[in-house]
Design a protein around this ligand. Sequence first.
Ligand SMILES: *[C@@H]1O[C@H](CO)[C@@H](O)[C@H](O)[C@H]1NC(C)=O
Ligand SMILES: *[C@@H]1O[C@H](CO)[C@@H](O)[C@H](O)[C@H]1NC(C)=O
Ligand SMILES: [Zn+2]
Length: 417
Amino acid sequence: MRRAVACFALLGFLASVSTHGPLAGHSVVRVVPETELMLTILQSLLAQRQSIDVWKEPACVYCAVDIHLTPLEFDDVISALREHGFEPKILIDDVQSLLDSQRRPLKFKPGSAVFDYGKYHTLDEINGWVLNKTNVYKEITSLFNITKSYEGRMMTGLKISTPSPFTKPAFFIESGIHAREWISPATAIYMFGQMLDRYKIDSDITKMVDMFDWYLLPVTNPDGYAFTWTGDKNRLWRKTRSKHGLCYGVDPNRNWDMHWSSGGASKDPCSDEFCGPSAFSEVEVKGVANFLQGIKGLKGFIDFHSYSQLWMSPWGYTKKLPTDFKQQDAASAAATDALEKVYGTKYEHGSIANTIYIASGSSADWTYGKINVKYSFGVELRDTGKYGFLLPEDQIITSGIETLQGLMALASYVKDN
Ligand SMILES: *[C@@H]1O[C@H](CO)[C@@H](O)[C@H](O)[C@H]1NC(C)=O
Ligand SMILES: *[C@@H]1O[C@H](CO)[C@@H](O)[C@H](O)[C@H]1NC(C)=O
Ligand SMILES: [Zn+2]
């Protein structure tokens, strides 16, 4: 059965299959529901099998759904899918060999070498980068602490505030809320690195930096992120690491106190979309919310995720559009147009619920709905599924460069509107 599905990629499949490692023989498969009925069937099929790691949830007719399958699940799930008229295609034939090809020696010591923006970094390395930047650019930066995580890690961020005769509006970038989405912190760190290293050198960057007080929280879910660095077995972890009965972790992007647990979230602690025992149950989420509430004149907010290439605005909890949607979406369009001009990378834009799926208790819904940040966005970065969460390092800089152009265009729009 597996061979039949993989036939178009058979050579690659046979050549690259890995026999050692916890994800050996694991695959990622894409199916596309072509009718409402197929969509419903797929949703219930996946709901019945909680253990399956869904990379891209079933959301709409003709929207791709990506499913990570263990070798044990494979035959059974594939035949169930085929029975219902699906034509599964292999996106990644062996997750382990993809990981093996991405391995790097951990020889970077925090604070001791030049930070390589073209690599993924551990939490310690990222915190070392924040410390270094705030030392090197003392006049225009400061370090801020949010709170300690569930497992006791300090959540540290970087603020850029250039001299100005008047109080500037603020813009907050949140990345790394979902642990396995490594391109999110990597892209945000690249952008802030450029904003500092090229301030007063590049006129567009200078203009952008001077527009706002810029905040970056590079790793919003430090326990989860650190966990994804503890071996291949844990590389695909998404949630926090708090304990709930037999299972670990809350989806920190379903835990915000805005229409909490009202759709597109799960009450099951073992689910990847577990919204938590209560809104703001997660100390990390509550900590960021408190911090955001304390920022005067917060005008822009972006929560970076991966993958799918989408630039989205509220609401996530309902398909209804908010009163500010026209302007919010025009800002998204300005960002994605500028982003696409760099390398031709196409992003879609729209409201969260209409673009990806209904998701309640997300950060952008909260910043817009509860603290009036009109320009609140959730962005899904590269790619569209070839590598998914395992985006190779050679795409970090290009993602950084294009997203920085998008952010620049967005900042100008937000400033003027
Ligand atoms: C800080 O960054 C500078 C510039 O990139 C680099 O030369 C230096 O080695 C770094 N220092 C520390 C202590 O990390
Ligand atoms: C942030 O926390 C670290 C680690 O606990 C501490 O060393 C540092 O002084 C704190 N910085 C600020 C600005 O609060
Ligand atoms: Zn995410």
